[in-house]
Design a protein around this ligand. Structure first.
Ligand code: AMP
Length: 481
């Protein structure tokens, strides 16, 4: 199958050729002709399947006829996160380089006035997160009657993030005669209901059920003790010994652990960045950009921040924590092995993770191999029981330790420490001195990173990477809902 049989315009085909794509992916083969026929689409596909091009390419073809009017966008694409919205914009730039279309991005964290100006000029493609779109609408700066094509992307993610009421509201504000392209990796009942209400006789295209993990991703488990400093050491060992490690995303279950792990890796001189939901927009974009360009080689991330990100050629994924939601495992490891490339996913497993691991193996219908010895869950459970009897606080799996409390202080308040500190259990962890200037980590050559000889971390400077101030702030306590 080639792209030129799908009905795309010459301009779009030229851009596809320039992108170097030889063959359409399954979702593209299924969706593109149907979109061009002006049918509604229900696409059940994960990121990594070429889903974005399956709607951007035919939209560009359709948009070649007609023009935009002020404040009345012709098409609207809803994305759950700012990063995903920015990525779709990049796709329009890449594939639409032969078109003269106005593309506007409405996302939080960016000034309203700039966005208003773009809307006033007339927008062919409006890409937005639901909240910011409704803000503009309520301010009277946006009219939705002209929308001919509505795309709802990553609908199940929208559900997780509580956006469904916003989506319903937006769907009702757009003329009934529109064409709707709806994408979701999974179809929970709430999403099913939404598709029944807002799609008209859609063409259903399902490419890979969410439980299927890519064939070209090697998956491995690594048994590790549950104390944080031991887990961090286990991760470092994996990083240093992983074969053909080019770059990697390291996933944590909690935002605060993203910060702690980032700092620890940084202190050990890895070239590392971090991405989580509490970071401001500029910093998130900068991190992502540096990671894409290769200035940062490791990205420590939380699920919300990383879901759906299109980061080509990630060679490895490390699950620092076993995800408590089995589907997150599938999404996480889907960051590697994209578009036919091979990848490796390691998961650190502690004695407390049995039920989460079982849920993952049930979902993917596969037993994952251990690297080295398998975790003895029974022995770990006995040990926990014994600890409880002796009244010792069970610290396994806890994310807090003395060390972390110290790390959470702003740099200016931290005292320089040069002495090895006792991390408990007779094991010592060297805490290099902190400097006032933002240190920059280097990605070590394989197994070749140097430890600070004198116990002090050197403020090394490599192009463009520095620790943003937010990472030096205390993690915010969760708001009571
Ligand atoms: P997506 O599922 O949209 O996040 O796309 C995943 C990755 O696949 C992106 O890096 C795209 O650039 C790439 N891609 C999309 N379509 C094709 C194709 N037909 N051939 C090769 N790569 C593609």
């Amino acid at each position: 199958m080639t792209f030129d049989t799908l009905g795309l315009s010459e301009k779009v085909l030229a851009a596809v050729e320039a992108a170097g794509y030889k063959e359409p992916t399954a979702i593209q083969t299924g969706a593109i002709p149907q979109v061009l026929e002006r049918r509604d689409i229900l696409g059940i596909a994960q990121t990594g399947t070429g889903k974005t091009a399956s709607f951007t390419l035919p939209m560009l073809t359709l948009l070649e006829k007609g023009r935009a009017r002020a404040r009345m966008p012709r098409t609207l694409i809803l994305e759950p996160t700012r990063e995903l919205a920015a990525q779709v914009e990049e796709n329009f730039e890449r594939y639409g380089k032969n078109h003269k279309l106005n593309v506007a991005l409405l996302i939080g964290g960016v000034s309203f006035s700039e966005q208003d100006k773009k809307l006033d000029r007339g927008t062919d493609v409006l890409i937005a997160t639901p909240g910011r779109l409704l803000d503009h609408f309520e301010r009277g700066k946006l009219l939705l009657q002209g929308v001919e094509i509505l795309v709802v992307d990553e609908a199940d993610r929208m559900l997780d993030m509580g956006f469904i009421p916003d989506i319903e509201r937006i769907c009702k504000l757009i003329p009934f005669t529109r064409q709707t392209l709806f994408f979701s990796a999974t179809m929970p009942p709430e999403i099913q209901r939404l598709t029944e209400t807002f799609l008209q006789n859609p063409a259903r295209i399902e490419v890979a059920p969410t439980s299927s993990t890519a064939e070209n991703v090697a998956q491995l488990l690594k048994a590790t003790p549950s104390k944080d400093y031991e887990k961090r050491a286990a991760l470092r060992e994996l990083l240093d010994n992983a074969e053909e490690l080019q770059n990697a995303i390291v996933f944590c279950n909690r935002k605060r652990d993203v910060t702690t792990l980032f700092r620890s890796l940084e202190r050990h001189e890895y070239n590392v960045g971090a991405l989580h939901g509490d970071m401001d927009q500029r910093t998130r974009m900068m991190m992502l950009d540096n990671f894409r360009k290769g200035t940062i080689k490791l990205l420590v991330a939380s699920d919300v921040a990383a879901r759906g990100l299109d980061i080509p050629e990630v060679s490895h994924v490390f699950n620092y924590d076993v995800p408590s939601n089995a589907e997150d495992y599938v999404h996480r490891i889907g960051r590697t092995g994209r578009a036919g490339r091979s990848g490796t996913a390691y998961t650190l497993v502690t004695g407390e993770d049995q039920k989460y691991l079982d849920a993952i193996e049930t979902l993917i219908n596969k037993t994952i191999d251990w690297q080295g010895e398998a975790m003895d869950f029974e022995a770990a459970a006995k040990e926990r029981k014994a600890r409880r009897k002796t009244g010792k606080p069970a610290r396994a799996g806890s994310s807090s330790n003395d060390n972390e409390a110290d790390q959470a202080k702003p740099a200016s308040r931290r005292r320089a420490q040069t002495k090895p500190r006792d991390a408990g259990n007779g094991v010592t962890e060297v805490q290099p001195a902190e400097t006032e200037s933002a240190p920059v980590a280097k990605f070590p050559p394989k197994a070749g990173k140097k430890k600070p000889a004198d116990g002090k971390s050197e403020p090394a400077f490599s192009p463009g990477v520095h620790i943003p101030a937010f990472l030096l702030r205390e993690p915010r306590p969760k708001k009571a809902s």
